[in-house]
Design a protein around this ligand. Structure first.
Ligand SMILES: [Zn+2]
Ligand SMILES: [Zn+2]
Length: 464
């Protein structure tokens, strides 16, 4: 790729100084492919420059020793780390495979197709004779250069080649296994994979057992579509894995997630009558546990004025991990409502921090539901206690009726078994649960459902 070639493209350069309305239709239509070709030439030049920098092992900035990170952080930027990483990978492949580089730089081969061909030829099937790799590469380039084929066709040709040279049947070849879990801009995680038949069999067996429809209490069909049932099954598989995985046991169950959370984010801050008799934020948070090292007060009261309600109202800028709200280690922000729900049972280990982001303590011992309490809850509630639910106890969380962060006790009079759906509902809606004089859970529906909010008995119980 010559720099002169790029400088010499005066036609596209002139467009930068042109008022576009002055162009005729023909000129307009001619300009677009010309600019596209110029963009490709510039991109190819960037790849070459990155390849040369990489080859010389130049470290442009010690703060970003990996080239891809430097590339994503240059002031001209405009590249995500994954885009920068693709550029570096392509640059390395092209340096090793000059015929591929020539096809790409000439503008005849797209970058994504060059990566597919380059990656295949870099690690060809074990049984493919080394001598035929250049010939195969040329064949693949010819197949897709100048728009004669697309990525799907190329992938098929590569798969056919792998099959032809495979020692073991493709279905059983674990070397081809791939699994991606990538976070999207909305914070969700997209999962994509390709696994051998044995792994697939294990996955399908587990999914089949865990995603079976669960009929409602009156025998009505499970309303969840099949895809949602499978997704719920994956959540359940992960939960069970973390239950029996290595790591410290808390209350008979192992914590599943670590969340960085300011203590204020765990307090009940919605400001409406919460019906639990708390009478506002009596903040059991400042107390002894956080009080070590003189940082304790800052944990509970961002204003430092012990006992005040500052920092507890909605929109008051109350506690957050560095001002961002609760943060999970891998996927980032988590809503305050979900944090409270997860912190309710011992599914998460909250790392409590102060307003400066300094960790103060790890969770709170009295939030954990010990195995003995869980057994007692199973005897009392038998299943998800939500009226009309009845999902098995194994699928339930122990919900704290008054959250432990608000001073609620971890005992029978303050906990209730709820399946994940109804646990979510209780935390995220107007539904409320309380323990009645009969020592059983009762549920208060939202006003939209019953203007009088008359309490309903737990599942399988009847009103006296
Ligand atoms: Zn809860
Ligand atoms: Zn339920």
């Amino acid at each position: 790729m010559g720099i002169g070639e790029i400088r010499g493209d005066e036609q596209t350069a002139a467009l930068l100084d042109t008022e576009l309305w002055q162009l005729s239709d023909a000129q307009l239509i001619e300009a677009i492919p010309a600019v596209t070709a110029q963009i490709h030439r510039l991109q190819a030049l960037r790849v070459s420059l990155v390849g040369e920098t990489d080859h010389r092992r130049v470290v442009p900035d010690p703060a970003h020793p990996a080239l891809k990170h430097w590339l994503a952080n240059t002031p001209a930027g405009m590249l995500s780390v994954s885009e920068a990483s693709r550029i570096v990978s392509l640059a390395r492949l092209l340096r090793e495979q000059p015929d591929l580089a020539a096809a790409y730089e000439s503008g005849g081969l797209r970058a994504d197709l060059a990566v597919l061909i380059g990656a295949f030829c870099e690690t060809p099937p074990k049984n493919m004779p080394e001598g035929i790799v250049p010939e195969i590469r040329k064949r693949l380039i010819d197949e897709v250069s100048h728009g004669t084929g697309d990525a799907a066709a190329l992938r098929k040709s590569i798969t056919d080649l792998r099959d032809a040279f495979a020692q073991i049947p493709p279905a059983e070849d674990t070397d081809r296994n791939e699994f991606y879990a990538s976070q999207t801009l909305t914070g969700r995680v997209v999962i994509k994979g390709d696994v051998d038949s044995e792994t697939g069999e294990m996955l399908l067996t587990a999914l089949s057992k865990l995603s079976a429809p669960v009929p409602g209490p009156g025998g009505e069909p499970d309303p969840r579509p099949a895809a949602l049932r499978r997704a719920d099954a994956v959540t359940e598989m992960l939960r069970r894995f973390h239950d029996c995985g290595a790591g410290p046991v808390e209350g008979g169950e192992k914590p599943h997630l670590t969340v960085l959370v300011n203590i204020n984010d765990l307090h009940h801050c919605d400001g409406d009558g919460d019906g639990d008799g708390e009478g506002g934020c009596e903040c059991g948070c400042g107390g002894g546990e956080a009080g070590q090292g003189g940082k304790g007060e800052a944990a509970g009261h961002s204003s430092g004025s012990g006992g005040s309600r500052n920092g507890h109202g909605p929109g008051s800028g109350s506690g957050s991990a560095g001002g961002l709200g609760p943060l999970m280690m891998w996927t980032g922000p988590l809503s305050r409502a979900s944090t409270r729900r997860l912190a309710c049972d011992c599914i998460i280990t909250p790392i409590i921090i102060n307003d400066d982001g300094v960790p103060l303590k790890l969770g709170r011992k009295d939030r954990l539901v010990p195995a003995s309490l869980r057994r007692a809850l199973i005897v009392r509630d038998r299943c998800c206690a939500f009226p009309g639910c009845g999902r098995p106890a194994a699928w339930t969380d122990a919900h704290h009726i008054i959250h432990w962060a608000d001073g609620g006790e971890t005992d029978l009079s303050n906990t209730v078994l709820l399946c994940r759906n109804h646990h979510r509902l209780i935390h995220h809606s107007e539904w409320e649960v309380f323990i009645g004089p009969d020592l059983l859970p009762w549920f208060r529906p939202p006003r939209s459902r019953d203007p009088d909010r008359k309490p309903l008995p737990a599942h399988g119980r009847t009103a006296a």
